[in-house]
Design a protein around this ligand. Structure first.
Ligand SMILES: [Zn+2]
Length: 431
């Protein structure tokens, strides 16, 4: 064969291949399709400028082999310009998910149980080989009884766990996060107690129990010194992350701890126990969860600054900080977390004139729900009303219509988020 001829044939084939990739409107494996109203941005962040608003059905060429940057995909518009779209607004960027795992193959899934403890917080992490509790507080005897009944039923369903919590975390030493700590510790085995180094009488009781010979378990105080020493890795060890399941090893790490000196905050902000809350990140292969306790604005800003430029705060499911208070969530935090689902652990708004109630605190706040509505990228199966406070304590509550994937224990009761290792999430509620 003449060399020139074979070169010409090669070039012709190459040109055809290039044309197939570059031709606008031609469906191929490198395309995604706009599914919902979307903004194409100049960079992989909501903070960058809008470039275009392509209508639903528009095909966008996928660049960078479909890699995601902070959840964004790099794409080429039909007119040739390049930009970034958030992945949940387009379809076709990943192969279809595999069929659901067969029953019993729980090593493929984990569940976070956000237990309804009225005004407070308690979340149970369930893995195929262990369980961990984050916070154990709430308001009133009935809520405490509900928590214990829930955990009893859980351990009855999971006899393999021998009524043992691999670790118990208390984000900070406040009643609504540790009021049932003693009941929990006296009823179930405890692998370790993890706290922020600050004690009230309930945390102190737990520290003493861990240090007593007859009931010993490791007591782990995570403070700013450990957090700073870990750079942007967060603190992780076998007490903080006692779960090592076959198939997939969940990752539990602490991203914020108690401070012993002020990072330049006002004295009121520094004295506020909320600003010393542990921040805990849980990831399970491609699924991830964040717990920020009751961290308030100053603490949140320091957290976001520390992990800026990393994906540490980027998660799928966000337990809304400080029960949905206006100072418990910031736009900077939502930009860093890009959650698909938000869960608010908050009390019954109908309980009025009672100290420590949701009504007493004015939780959750309407402004927070508005922020969440703008940030959350998934939908609930049907819209619901969540009661929100317009202002602070003893405020008037009003119904707030929610169609995004925002859940609240006050509305939904116990909330379970089942996460698959491939990133699929399913939400179940008891109401
Ligand atoms: Zn709280």
């Amino acid at each position: 064969m003449n060399i020139n001829k074979s070169l010409r044939a090669f070039l012709a084939a190459a040109m055809l291949a290039i044309a197939a990739v570059a031709a606008p409107g031609v469906a191929n494996a490198q395309d995604v399709v706009v599914e919902r109203d979307v903004t194409v941005r100049e960079g992989p962040s909501r903070l960058t400028d809008a470039l275009d608003f392509p209508p639903v059905g528009t095909r966008l060429e996928l660049l960078d082999e479909g890699r995601r940057t902070s959840g964004y995909l790099h794409v080429r518009l039909p007119d040739g310009r390049e930009g970034w779209v958030y992945h949940t607004y387009v379809s076709g960027d990943a192969p279809p998910p595999p069929p659901p795992p067969p029953p019993g193959a729980d090593s493929q899934r984990m569940t976070v149980h956000y237990i309804d403890v009225d005004q407070g917080a308690s979340a149970l992490l369930e893995f195929s080989c262990g369980a961990v509790l984050i916070d154990a507080g709430g308001r009133g005897t009935a809520a405490g009884n509900h928590l214990i009944a829930y955990l009893d039923a859980f351990f009855q369903r999971r006899p393999d766990l021998n009524r043992r919590l691999g670790a118990v975390f208390v984000t900070h030493a406040h009643f609504d996060h540790n009021s049932y700590l003693r009941r929990v510790a006296e009823r179930y085995g405890v692998g370790a107690f993890v706290y922020n180094g600050k004690v009230d009488n309930r945390n102190q009781w737990m520290v003493d129990r861990g240090n007593a010979r007859a009931t010993a378990f490791p007591v782990v105080a995570v403070t700013e010194a450990e957090i700073a020493a870990a750079g942007t890795q967060g603190v992780r060890n076998s007490n903080i992350d006692p779960v090592d399941c076959q198939g997939v090893d969940p990752d539990i790490r602490v991203l914020n701890g108690g401070r012993t000196s002020s990072p330049g905050w006002g004295s009121r902000e520094f004295r506020n126990p909320n600003n010393h809350s542990l921040v805990i990140r849980v990831s399970f292969d491609r699924s991830s969860f964040l717990f920020t306790g009751d961290l308030e604005t100053d603490g949140i800003e320091a957290l976001v600054a520390r992990y800026r430029g990393t994906t540490r705060l980027n998660v799928d499911v966000y337990e809304v900080g400080h029960h949905g208070a206006e100072n418990g969530t910031t736009e900077g935090l939502l930009d860093a977390t890009t959650p698909q689902i938000a869960v608010i652990s908050v009390g019954d708004p109908n309980t009025q004139g009672v100290p420590m109630s949701a009504h007493d605190h004015g939780h959750p706040r309407k402004a927070t729900l508005e922020q969440l509505r703008d940030a959350i990228t998934r939908q609930r199966s049907a819209p619901v009303d969540i009661m929100v406070a317009e202002q602070g304590s003893n405020a008037v509550f009003e119904a707030f219509r929610v169609s995004d994937a925002i859940y609240a224990t006050s509305r939904d009761g116990d909330i379970r988020v089942i996460a698959s290792r491939d990133g699929r999430l399913e939400v179940q509620t008891s109401r």
